[in-house]
Ligand binder design. Structure first.
Ligand code: FES
Length: 350
């Protein structure tokens, strides 16, 4: 629709804006400009300005006194002295004094500066026109001329030996930084792809530290297990348990939908990695009716009755399952390691 189609009474009336532009048919939204300056009480009343000045000076003086108090507290208050402060209770007298005096010193200096700026400094708003960013053709021509002149004076075109060796140095020197990568430590090798689980390793209850029998896994509960031989005081315990942590759930065998899951279970007991495949939080919530386990970090949900596939949330793939059985003494044991890396998706299966 052109402006000719708009009824005349709906067009903006011609009027001059504060910026001096006139709104008309071609420019219906003229720059309104800045509103007129309203003087503050301090601009017109010298006594009010003096009061503001005294307030600012008072705040700055308070800041100085608090800073002196900070230094005095540091020097005078013993480290082990404690005092009762309502509602904090008993606190270190030194920490309390240092925090209080430094807080007051910083607050007063800030408040003084703000009050000064708001009441006494000029508050006239000014607008500056934006200059063009692009250089003028003359400046561009001068830069190019200087560049050519510099190249000519360096004689890089004539001195082939210098040119060749310079490019060689610029290529080889950055290569040295590649060797710094060696300082990042030994390569992980296949460590991330294997856990402490091996064929015949007993499943040990994380709470009781005892090897588990099938009867120890109750229906409807989540039981956590670790491989036998992995003790909390071991130097590598945290690294190893971060990969080997296991959760066990007892299901009715008829409820297990995934054929491989059923084969790898024992009497309905299934064993899965406890490490979420999103970013590695430990899974800790189990919903007995649906057989879903939930990661508390970002709510990824896995269906333990169907190969622990992801049914909700950001996790990229199912939880790895550990194949389990029972040894001659009736204890639950692993029948190998996980067949895929546990944990987040960035390890990707190889
Ligand atoms: S770590 Fe489990 S959902 Fe993000």
């Amino acid at each position: 629709m052109s402006s000719q189609d708009i009824p005349e009474e709906n067009l903006p009336a011609e009027q001059e804006s504060a910026a001096g532009e006139v709104a008309d048919e071609r420019n219906p939204f003229a720059d309104p400009g800045l509103p007129p300056h309203e003087p503050r009480i301090q601009d017109i009343d010298e006594r009010a300005a003096k009061r503001s000045e005294r307030t600012v000076a008072l705040l700055f003086t308070l800041s100085m006194l608090a800073a002196v108090g900070f230094i005095a507290s540091y020097l005078a208050i013993p480290v082990d002295k404690s005092i009762y402060v309502f509602p904090l209770g008993h606190v270190s007298a030194l920490n309390f004094a240092l925090g209080l005096t430094l807080g007051v010193a910083l607050f007063a200096i800030g408040a003084g500066a703000v009050h000064w700026a708001r009441t006494l400094m000029s508050d006239v708003e000014v607008a500056d026109e934006r200059h063009p960013i692009e250089a003028s053709p003359e400046v561009k021509a001068k830069v190019m001329a200087d560049f050519r002149q510099g190249a000519k004076e360096s004689a890089i075109g004539r001195r082939k030996l210098i040119r060749t060796t310079m490019f060689g140095a610029l290529t080889v020197v950055p290569l040295s930084s590649l060797f710094l990568l060696g300082g990042l430590g030994p390569k992980p090798g296949t460590k991330l792809r294997h856990t402490a689980w091996r064929n015949g390793k007993l499943l040990v209850n994380m709470n009781t530290n005892q090897p588990m029998r099938p009867s120890d896994v109750a229906v409807g509960s989540l039981t956590f297990a670790k491989p036998e031989g992995l003790e909390e005081h071991d130097e590598e315990f945290q690294n190893e348990i971060a990969k080997a942590a296991l959760m066990l759930v007892r299901l009715e065998p008829v409820d297990i939908k995934d054929k491989k899951e059923l084969e790898w279970s024992h009497e309905g007991i299934v064993a899965y990695s406890k490490i979420c495949t999103h970013v590695g939080c430990p899974i800790s919530l189990y919903e007995q009716q649906t057989h879903h386990v939930l990661c508390p970090c970002h709510q990824s949900t896995f269906d333990l009755s169907d190969g622990a596939r992801v049914i909700f949330g950001p996790a990229g793939h199912a939880l790895p399952q550990l194949r389990i059985g029972v040894n001659a003494d009736g204890y639950l044991e692993a029948l190998g390691d996980f067949e895929e890396p546990v944990g987040p998706a960035f390890w990707e299966r190889g």
